[in-house]
Design a protein around this ligand. Structure first.
Ligand SMILES: [Zn+2]
Length: 497
């Protein structure tokens, strides 16, 4: 099938082309594109016959595959470990976030975008952590500009929450458990600042929906932060305003959160959200580490998607998500880095590898996820999660966007690769970001010869370094001390949950 166009046609020829995770692997393959859209894909001879005049880029020992999709992240730019917050149980780690130093949202997204592109990621999901709720819309616009300047698509989540800032029992109840002097200090600090009216947050979402209407480089996602941070009223209000946008919510990430569900709603968080009519095919639940078999059945029945974040789940002591069960029940899954890859490097290849290694059934009849299924999670699964408007992401196909990566095979193959070894299995088993040679987004090069084309990585790093080496303000130091002082009380609160 060929798509008619009057725009100049470009061609990429590669030793192998894999149009989608489930399709045939073309040896001496090619794809043709124009105006950001794929025209044809298949064997080079066939594609060349249709486009004899097209300018051609050659990838003689590479595999071209669809651009990867990062199904869950926060675009922090620098990892929380680098910013002074050690890994640990999620609820303890969250208290460290109370005092996280703020990075310029443009710079954070620019740097994150560049790092993600280096893995062959062409679309990312951004669930925003606000620096200042009063400035939310501006922060989100700057975030979108950062990703756009890096040359990556972004599904941008407006954060929505209206309860339980300091703990799952509510901020006031938590403050009453603290020694009076500490409670007074927290009350006076920004840690206990009231959340904005939910209507204001929804208004930000509506304004951005309007602003990004028809844009396929950035689009809105509703981002209720999690059932423990959102009242039923807020979730109902989101359902009301949501049209075609995706909804993205953290779900059952830790055992403590599941305990919160039992205490508060007398049931599981998944069941509760379904009971209030929130779950539908436009919802993605991130993490889902602690979901029961019944929960999984419900997620499948409602066609809810799951964003799987294996490294983050390990680093924040959450656990291992039941990925095989979710897969067996037919739940569509994507894979997300969550700013917490195992090597703290936003490496999608090792994330896929870890996800496969963790998703196995032990024993002689044990199985794991096939390489192509894992690749489907990172492409078509992610596409179902980000719901790009009018786009066809996750595969290289006529009428779809020209988003793809060319991976060098020399190091992946090494000095020898047995002919019996499946190439996709080898890719999932051995590829690293250093093997990603070229990344194309919307038909334009975002990475060439392993380097970003639009910005110099070293320049961004210099700007970040200069900003962060400036002395911390007194207020910042006080926030850091306060958040550290809260840790013992957080542990005490949840220890028997
Ligand atoms: Zn997250």
């Amino acid at each position: 099938m060929s798509v008619a166009t009057t725009a100049p046609v470009r061609l990429a020829r590669a030793r192998y082309v894999l149009p989608s995770a489930s399709s045939e692997l073309f040896e001496d393959g090619a794809l043709a594109w124009a105006d950001g859209k794929v025209l044809d894909v298949g064997r080079y001879d066939d594609v060349r016959t249709i486009h004899p005049e097209a300018e051609c880029w050659s990838f003689p020992d590479h595999l071209i595959l669809p651009g990867l999709i990062n199904a869950h992240d926060h675009g922090r730019g620098l990892g929380t470990l680098q910013m002074g917050v050690s890994d640990g149980p999620l609820e303890v780690w969250l208290s460290g976030l109370f005092a996280l130093r703020t990075l310029d949202p443009y710079l954070a997204a620019l740097y994150d975008g560049v790092q993600l592109l280096a893995s062959g990621i062409t679309t990312t999901t951004h669930q925003h952590n606000p620096r200042d709720w009063r400035n939310l819309e501006r922060e989100l616009i700057e975030t979108a500009r950062g990703y756009s300047d890096a040359g990556i698509r972004a599904c941008i989540g407006v954060p929505l929450m209206d309860q339980n800032t300091l703990s799952y029992i509510g901020s006031n109840a938590f403050l009453r458990r603290l020694p009076a002097a500490l409670a007074a200090e927290v009350r006076q600090s920004e840690l206990a600042a009231p959340l904005p009216d939910p209507h204001e947050l929804i208004a930000v979402g509506l304004s951005l929906r309007e602003r990004w209407q028809g844009d396929d480089r950035q689009w809105l996602c509703w981002g209720p932060v999690g059932p423990q941070w959102c009242s039923d009223r807020l979730l109902a209000a989101i359902r009301e305003v949501c049209r075609k946008e995706p909804i993205h919510i953290h779900m059952a990430e830790t055992r403590t959160q599941v305990a919160f569900g039992r205490k508060r709603y007398g049931t599981t968080l998944v069941y509760h959200l379904d009971r209030i009519g929130f779950l539908a095919s436009d919802v993605t639940c991130a993490h889902c580490v602690w979901v029961s078999d019944d929960d999984i059945g419900l997620l499948a029945a409602r066609d809810v998607k799951v964003a799987h974040n294996p490294s983050s789940n390990l680093r924040l002591h959450s656990g291992i998500a039941p990925v095989l069960k979710l897969s067996d029940c037919g739940v569509t899954m994507g894979i997300g880095l969550d700013g917490h890859a195992l090597n703290d490097d936003q490496d999608m290849w090792s994330e896929m590898r870890l996800a496969r290694a963790l998703a196995f059934a032990p024993g002689i009849l044990g199985r794991s996820l096939p390489a192509r299924e894992m690749l489907a999670m990172a492409t078509t699964g992610g596409a179902a999660i980000v719901k790009a408007p009018g786009n066809y992401l996750g595969a290289i196909a006529p009428f779809g966007v020209a988003d793809f990566a060319a991976v060098r095979l020399d190091r992946v193959r090494g000095p020898y690769l047995d002919l019996r070894t499946d190439l996709i299995d080898t890719l999932l088993g051995r590829a690293k970001p250093i093997d990603v040679d070229t990344v194309v987004v919307s038909g334009e090069f975002s990475v060439r010869a392993g380097e970003p084309t639009r910005v110099a990585r070293a320049d961004i790093e210099t700007r970040l370094r200069d900003l962060l080496l400036a002395p911390k303000s007194r207020a910042q130091e006080e926030r850091e001390q306060l958040s550290t002082a809260l840790i013992d009380y957080i542990v005490q609160l949840y220890r028997n949950w």
